[in-house]
Design a protein around this ligand. Structure first.
Ligand SMILES: *[C@@H]1O[C@H](CO)[C@@H](O)[C@H](O)[C@H]1NC(C)=O
Ligand SMILES: *[C@@H]1O[C@H](CO)[C@@H](O)[C@H](O)[C@H]1NC(C)=O
Ligand SMILES: *[C@@H]1O[C@H](CO)[C@@H](O)[C@H](O)[C@H]1NC(C)=O
Ligand SMILES: *[C@@H]1O[C@H](CO)[C@@H](O)[C@H](O)[C@H]1NC(C)=O
Ligand SMILES: *[C@@H]1O[C@H](CO)[C@@H](O)[C@H](O)[C@H]1NC(C)=O
Ligand SMILES: *[C@@H]1O[C@H](CO)[C@@H](O)[C@H](O)[C@H]1NC(C)=O
Length: 493
């Protein structure tokens, strides 16, 4: 991760809508995910390690509103990749420590088992707050959940190391560090570096992706190929993630290619980790991306999606699903079906209106959603008397950019920096919602691109539910994104 950009303006909206909602059994990319204690899942830019009994262990950066860096590494376990139990902090920051104090950068942690030393090793990007040390940290623990004890911070073969990834080859069990070597002109490469037999540090360079200036690397392995995924360097703004393919880690590697539908900016996510699930019926390749929210980093979400891989064509593509059920035993992914309600048939209030849009359902999209009186109202929504996910399909064509900041915007000159709009979602007059409404973050999509973002709300039993969508303050405006349709999903239980 390149260092965070100081924002021109900060946010704004109350966080009180973070109700502890029921824990899920489905994977809902971009939703607010909660652990079994009802706390928001807090493990950013991390990795999953499969434990000895098949339990999935998720490690990630622990971020709070007060401290978005230096919070240490959190750890969660799950039998199914959907239900997560917190085991607290696996690597605790130590006051005054040279490498793991609360003032340090402790990013992109990954855990691997060292057969030779019979212990677990956590490795991460270890740095100081000005990103000038560029080291790889190592912590060790006898048990997978930790606590991990700091062991060292090293420069791999004397070189810089920034964004950190870890890959273990299923053919021979060897592990590799993946790392970009920083943003300076002398750097801008991504390395695959083989770890020594103890899995403590890099012993040899396996391959170097020369001067592509990419970051956030991970590798997924099929029976024939390796695919290395990485993102461009645009700070915490998402971009089009690319992949390279090879038969061997030493290369030759293919040209890079986009892994998701063009201009979706990888469904507003950054690469970070990939997991192969060896099911009894099928093998599933899972992309685990981060949906960074630079306005409130601690509240960033997760975009986990299956990848469709065609080794003959050397192709890999993320498959978008609003919601899906992943059976980790059979390996099967089952998209969940929902009922669609079109904005075309909804009622508009105030200055909201239906505008021609050839990319929208029925050629129309509702625009002018603003504040709490220019709204779109969906009625006759069928509910089960339970909490249910709803996906909102929207367009936000603000074209996020930096305006006056260096780096510039690919899309726009000047203007204010804007990542997202926020809609208010009022269900049945807000009677079952804290603060009488929920907030829906609608990230930039590009012009003419519809994306969806989910929210879990309580719907009454029957066909009389009413959902009103307006605009909230996002620090710049009180505009909601343009709305195409909503899809209401069945309750999870
Ligand atoms: C696997 O081990 C963890 C602790 O390491 C335990 O919490 C969990 O219940 C075990 N799962 C099974 C299926 O045995
Ligand atoms: C980080 O380390 C570099 C290199 O040692 C040093 O120049 C810089 O002042 C350090 N930054 C902070 C905030 O400690
Ligand atoms: C260190 O990094 C530079 C720049 O990528 C490269 O030219 C050099 O070969 C690297 N050295 C080693 C030992 O990897
Ligand atoms: C899938 O199988 C490979 C080869 O045995 C193994 O290395 C890998 O850890 C397995 N993945 C999972 C998620 O169990
Ligand atoms: C691996 O660890 C053992 C035990 O600490 C040590 O003797 C050996 O030198 C280490 N090997 C490497 C390559 O670091
Ligand atoms: C509606 O918006 C106005 C103006 O932004 C604000 O003063 C008022 O509190 C809002 N009402 C509700 C119920 O949110």
């Amino acid at each position: 991760m390149t260092r965070p950009i100081t924002l021109l303006s900060t946010l704004l909206v109350a966080t009180s809508s973070l109700l502890p909602l029921s824990v899920g059994k489905w994977i809902v990319p971009g939703g607010r995910w909660y652990d079994t204690d009802g706390n928001i899942l807090n493990a950013h830019a991390g990795g999953i390690t499969v434990g000895p009994n098949g339990t999935f262990w998720l490690f990630g950066e622990y971020k709070t509103q007060e401290a978005t860096e230096g919070g240490g590494v959190s750890v969660y376990s799950s039998p199914d990749l959907a239900t997560w139990t917190s085991h607290g902090i696996a690597l605790e920051p130590v006051e005054g420590h040279e490498y793991i104090s609360p003032d340090n950068i402790i990013q992109r942690p990954k855990v691997v088992y060292s057969d030779k030393l019979e212990e677990y090793h956590m490795l991460w990007h270890a740095d100081n707050s000005s990103y000038r040390l560029l080291l790889q940290g190592l912590g060790t623990s006898k048990s997978i959940e930790g606590p991990y004890e700091f062991a060292s911070a090293t420069a791999p073969l004397g070189n810089w190391s920034q964004d950190f990834g870890l890959f273990t080859d299923m053919r021979d069990g060897r592990s590799y560090a993946l790392y970009s070597n920083g943003d300076s002109v002398e750097g801008r490469d991504v390395y695959i570096g083989e770890l020594n037999e103890n899995k403590t540090e890099v012993s040899e360079v396996t391959f170097r992706f020369d001067k592509f200036d990419l970051e956030a690397p991970c590798i997924i392995q099929t029976d024939r190929s390796y695919y290395a995924l990485m993102s461009h360097k645009t700070g915490y703004r998402p971009n089009n993630v690319v992949a390279f393919r090879a038969d061997r880690l030493e290369g030759p590697w293919s040209q890079p290619f986009f892994v998701a539908e063009r201009n979706t900016r990888t469904y507003n996510s950054q690469s970070g980790f990939a997991l192969r699930i060896n099911g009894t019926k099928t093998t599933t390749y899972l992309y685990l991306g981060d949906q960074w929210d630079s306005n409130s980093l601690w509240e960033s979400r997760y975009i986990w999606l299956p990848m469709k891989i065609d080794d003959r064509g050397g192709e890999l593509e993320l498959e978008w699903h609003d919601i899906y059920d992943l059976d980790v035993h059979t390996g099967e992914v089952s998209p969940v079906k929902g009922t669609t309600y079109y904005a075309l048939n909804a009622k508009t209030e105030g200055d909201a209106w239906k505008q021609e849009a050839n990319f929208a359902s029925g050629n129309q999209i509702v625009t002018g959603i603003y504040g709490n009186d220019s709204t779109v109202v969906f009625s006759g929504i069928k509910g089960e008397g339970k909490e249910q996910w709803i996906s909102f399909y929207y367009e936000n064509a603000d074209d996020m950019g930096f305006g006056d900041q260096p780096g510039g915007s690919p899309d726009r000159i000047g203007g204010s920096w804007q990542l997202r709009r926020i809609s208010s979602v009022v269900v049945n007059g807000g009677k079952d919602q804290e603060d009488g409404m929920d907030t829906l973050y609608e990230r930039d999509t590009h012009k003419g691109i519809l994306l969806s973002t989910p929210l879990k709300v309580f719907l009454d039993k029957g066909r009389d539910n009413v959902i009103e969508i307006g605009g909230c303050d996002n620090g710049f405006d009180v505009k909601g994104a343009d709305l195409d349709r909503i899809v209401v999903y069945a309750a999870e239980d």
